[in-house]
Design a protein around this ligand. Structure first.
Ligand SMILES: [Zn+2]
Length: 238
């Protein structure tokens, strides 16, 4: 979908719940609740080599899938805050507890502040969508966590070094082969080697993308602490 047609779709659908179609609301209370589950670990089965621990707050399917796709593919920007809030909740179990500073204060960046690194869209996909969907969720999740006293910062460190095909329709082995060696730390970015890194994405399926992202960061000497997504595919969720 082009940027223009996604803008038209936004106009057509913005008065309906992205999850269930209820009228006059961007996200109804019931669908909002679907993003508010307790964080759970959701390792892919089998995990690809180098797969970091991964947490989610929802199963990917039904209304949750509709919400994620409406945000990413139809430019429903009003869904960014609830999705970022869900992502922040999937991150929280992987942060030091208790929070370093009182809620509402500024999170300290000293001594192990978590760096959130968002998984990038393939370049042409990002251009088609007209926005960096996961990057925005990472940025807003860092802001939410900082406001609640955690020390977190978002960085766009990763980019693609070569062409990769659409992952849809590929199995676990095909996805891993498609992505092998495809990500790199972007030129000119100074990797924060003194701080733990946590990868963030919208959905985990086979784990191939998160494993490749972790490999690219570790190749630059970064310490990958874990990863977090909004939703996990049911066949791998535990
Ligand atoms: Zn709804």
């Amino acid at each position: 979908m082009s940027f223009i047609s996604s803008a038209v779709a936004e106009l057509l659908f913005r008065d309906r719940c992205a999850g269930c179609g209820a009228s006059r609301v961007a996200l109804c209370p019931g669908c909002r609740e679907r993003l508010a589950g307790e964080p759970f670990r959701c390792p892919p089965r089998p995990p690809p080599p180098g797969m970091p621990p991964v947490w989610a707050v929802a199963r990917y399917g039904g209304a949750v899938r509709a919400i994620v796709l409406a945000y990413k593919e139809r430019g429903r920007h009003a869904l960014a805050p609830p999705l970022a809030w869900a992502l922040a909740r999937a991150i929280t179990p992987q942060l030091p507890t208790p929070p370093r500073v009182p809620p509402g204060g500024r999170g300290s960046m000293e001594g192990g502040a978590m760096v959130l690194v968002s998984v990038p869209s393939r370049p042409w996909v990002g251009m088609r969508r007209g926005h960096d969907a996961v990057g925005r969720l990472g940025r807003e999740a860092a802001r939410i966590l900082t406001a609640s006293g955690h020390a977190a910062e978002h960085r766009r460190l990763l980019g693609y070094s070569r062409f990769v095909a659409d992952q849809a329709g590929l199995g676990a082995a095909g996805r891993a082969a498609n992505l092998s060696g495809a990500l790199r730390v972007r030129t000119g970015r100074s990797p924060p080697r003194d701080r733990p890194v946590l990868l963030v994405d919208d959905v985990v399926t086979t784990g191939a993308t998160l494993a490749e992202a972790a490999r690219a960061l570790r190749a630059q000497g970064l310490r990958v602490h874990g990863s977090a997504v909004v939703a996990a595919t049911p066949r791998i969720a535990v």
